[in-house]
Design a protein around this ligand. Structure first.
Ligand SMILES: Nc1ncnc2c1ncn2[C@@H]1O[C@H](COP(=O)(O)OP(=O)(O)OP(=O)(O)O)[C@@H](O)[C@H]1O
Ligand SMILES: [Mg+2]
Length: 369
């Protein structure tokens, strides 16, 4: 699967751009702030229906204009897929596949699998548990639509239950039967989500460890441990045991919304003991594992978006990553770099078709190899 053409109108700093891509390697070069990452983000939008960097859609409309359009022409299983994403300020986002509008954005998730590696990924290490849950959720949702539906449902029930706990506290009354119903629904969705998360991490772990030792040349051991209250007790029993406490706290204190991942190096938290290079390698290995995993479940080679990897690794590791991704195991790749010569140099080491786009203020020049 690959992106053949991309067209943007008023997306971030681009007023109007049309680009055609190589099936294999595409590089965007240019100065800081010229829009290289924005191009990756536009591609990310077409896959995930949202930005990787700015979750507030309206802020991705070019300043002083009132709409954006992103259109992509993909070749997927030998068929053309025209994907359209349009946003007018103050209106609902419109998403279309081959001119037919989706009723729900969740129907689109998974059609165009993609994986991004970006400097922003370190929020997975330094951020709170919510970042790591969001990561697990976004990966599983790409290949399991049922998971995404259950998650949306779980979050809705959780919100309603929390509201009810607040209302009970304000009114000083409790309808135990109503809470019972919420508990049952929460436990039904939550238990399935829990086992799918557990299963996913279980399968991802050996692939992740393989990539870590490949990139780091096998020096250290890494681990990825799933943490959940549900590992210790049955969900419904846990909810019932925590009920009095929840009523005092006015929110639901147990459940899969508390799950987390422990990211470890040599059996210790990588956040505490990992050097910057080790942390970067850890994240890249995780993303490559995600790539391999998605490929095996979808039967498609996801699009790989590599933002500023030169900034993340020394030239030896970059060489290794370029070589790795140029391999037939990987499909289409987009890479950004501020330094045109550096990227051309890295590409000259491999014999794969590649396009280099040098971006300037009003022009984008293409050089093909
Ligand atoms: N909604 C918007 N309207 C206009 N410009 C925007 C909008 N959102 C972001 N920008 C501009 O996009 C530019 C950043 O683009 P981007 O992050 O793609 O740069 P880059 O080429 O990746 O730079 P770097 O090499 O520093 O990573 C900034 O100058 C920012 O002002
Ligand atoms: Mg950038």
């Amino acid at each position: 699967m690959y992106l053949k053409k991309l067209s943007l109108i008023n997306f971030k700093n681009f007023e109007h751009v049309e680009l055609e891509f190589s099936e294999k390697i595409n590089c965007f070069t240019g100065l800081n702030g010229i829009g290289k990452t924005n191009l990756l983000d536009a591609i990310y939008y077409l896959s995930f229906c949202k930005s990787y960097f700015n979750q507030i859609d309206s802020q991705n409309i070019k300043h002083d204009t009132d709409f954006f359009v992103i259109q992509g022409e993909f070749v997927r299983q030998e068929r053309l897929e025209m994907i359209y994403c349009g946003l007018k300020s103050g209106k609902k986002k419109i998403f279309k596949r081959n001119d037919k509008e989706y009723e729900k954005l969740s129907e689109h998730i998974g059609l165009i699998p993609a994986v991004i590696i970006s400097p922003d990924d370190n929020t997975l290490i330094i951020g709170g548990s919510e970042e790591r849950r969001k990561y697990i959720d976004s990966v599983i949702s790409q290949f399991d639509a049922d998971y995404l539906h259950r998650l949306i449902k779980y979050n809705r029930i959780l919100m309603q239950r929390n509201k009810m706990l607040k209302d009970f506290s304000a009114q000083k009354t409790v309808f135990k039967e109503t809470l019972d119903i919420y508990d049952e629904q929460l436990a039904a969705e939550g238990s399935v989500i829990f086992s799918k998360r557990l299963d996913f991490i279980d399968k991802l772990l050996p692939i992740f460890q393989k990539y870590y030792s490949l990139i780091s040349k096998g020096q250290e051991t890494v681990d990825l441990i799933f943490k959940s209250q549900l590992l210790e007790a049955n969900f419904i029993e846990m909810l019932q045991a925590a009920r009095n406490k929840d009523m005092m706290l006015e929110y639901t204190s147990v459940g899969i919304h508390k799950d987390d991942l422990s990211l470890e190096l040599q059996n210790r938290a990588i956040k505490k003991i990992g050097s910057q290079g080790q942390q970067k390698t850890y994240l890249a290995a995780l993303k490559f594992a995600q790539y391999e995993f998605l490929k095996s479940v979808s039967g498609l080679k996801p699009i790989l978006l590599l933002d500023d990897i030169f900034d993340k690794f020394d030239s030896e590791r970059v060489g290794q990553i370029i070589e790795l991704t140029a391999d037939a195991d990987f499909g289409q790749i987009f890479i950004t770099d501020t330094n045109e010569n550096r990227i051309k140099n890295a590409l000259s080491q491999i014999s794969v078709k590649s396009n280099v786009y040098s971006i300037e203020k009003n022009t984008i020049e293409l050089e093909q190899k």
